[in-house]
Design a binder for this molecule. Structure first.
Ligand SMILES: [Zn+2]
Length: 300
């Protein structure tokens, strides 16, 4: 008798792990159906699809640094001089969403991401951690320079967080089932998991450890995208580690807060006069959700 095992392809998941010998905490993430849903809400040209996919997987990796239900991560790229005017992605409670606002331009039709200066001009990326429990907000800002969002966010970690970090992403939008995958490794000698602020780490050991892990990148894109299971991807990513401790798997969704109830409650905070000004001639307030490209008609 022959038994065939079909490995399922893990998507819309984040897997957290650690490399105890190196004091490194990590996570790998892969988004598939959630990514499709986000991309399909808009008619994006190829370059915008690539850009948004990369931003979404980065948002997922960074957002999952926040412990569940305790806060939101938002990344926002803004420019007044570039082809891309606005890119917003956020992550809350294992739900990710994002959209891009752009001007039509021939450069957006190519099949590779052009240098970010061509897309954003002199734009900036703002990274915001809103912590629900403490009501604190941490914000970091980095210039949109380089060949990819991944490079920009690596720079953010060096400048703003000062935590030795490896960030890697791999995108495949060919075919019917787009996938975006990524890995985030951080040197955290105090063993902190979840998001708590660390005092500035002044550790040459940490930086050299991380630099060494960043160099072993031979077939990392393939491992991230092609390996069916995220656990088996880990085996391929760290063949030289004696111990890779797998922690937990979190299932992701494309998530948005837009609903009639949500907008109703927002509008109820405005005065009657203000609401009257928002109404159209039929007495209806139309509210757009840019993330989902949906419009809600609210009868006041
Ligand atoms: Zn929405």
């Amino acid at each position: 008798m022959q038994i065939e095992f079909t490995a399922t392809y893990d998507v819309d998941q984040v897997l957290t792990f650690s490399l105890p010998d190196k004091s490194v905490r990590g996570r790998i993430a892969r988004i598939g159906p959630a990514l499709s849903e986000i991309l399909q809400a808009h008619d994006y040209p190829p370059v915008i699809r690539l850009l948004l996919s990369e931003a979404l997987v980065i948002t997922t990796l960074m957002g999952s640094l926040i412990q569940k239900s305790s806060g939101q991560l938002t990344i926002q790229a803004q420019s007044t001089s570039g082809v891309v005017e606005l890119l917003v992605c956020d992550f809350l409670d294992s739900r990710v969403r994002g959209y891009v606002q752009f001007r039509d331009d021939a450069i957006l039709q190519q099949d590779r991401l052009p240098d970010l200066a061509r897309l954003f001009g002199d734009g900036r990326l703002v990274v915001t951690f809103d912590m629900a429990a403490s009501k604190e907000r941490y914000q970091g800002l980095v210039e949109l320079r380089g060949a990819s969002m991944t490079q920009v966010v690596r720079q953010y970690f060096i400048q703003s967080e000062q935590i030795p970090t490896v960030l890697q992403t791999a995108i495949n939008l060919d075919g019917d089932e787009p996938a975006a995958a990524g890995m985030l490794l951080q040197y955290l000698p105090d063993g902190e998991e979840g998001r708590t602020r660390l005092d500035t780490l002044d550790s040459d050991f940490g930086w050299s450890c991380i630099a060494q892990l960043a160099r072993t990148t031979d077939d990392r894109d393939d491992a991230l995208l092609e390996e069916p299971g995220l656990r088996s991807a880990l085996r391929r990513l760290f063949p030289d580690e004696d111990t890779v401790m797998v922690h937990e798997t979190t299932v992701l969704q494309k998530g948005c807060r837009c609903s009639l109830e949500h907008y109703d409650s927002i509008l109820s905070r405005f005065s009657k006069e203000d609401r009257r000004e928002m109404q159209n001639e039929d007495g209806v307030i139309l509210v757009d959700c840019a993330f989902c490209a949906r419009q809600f008609a609210i009868q006041d």
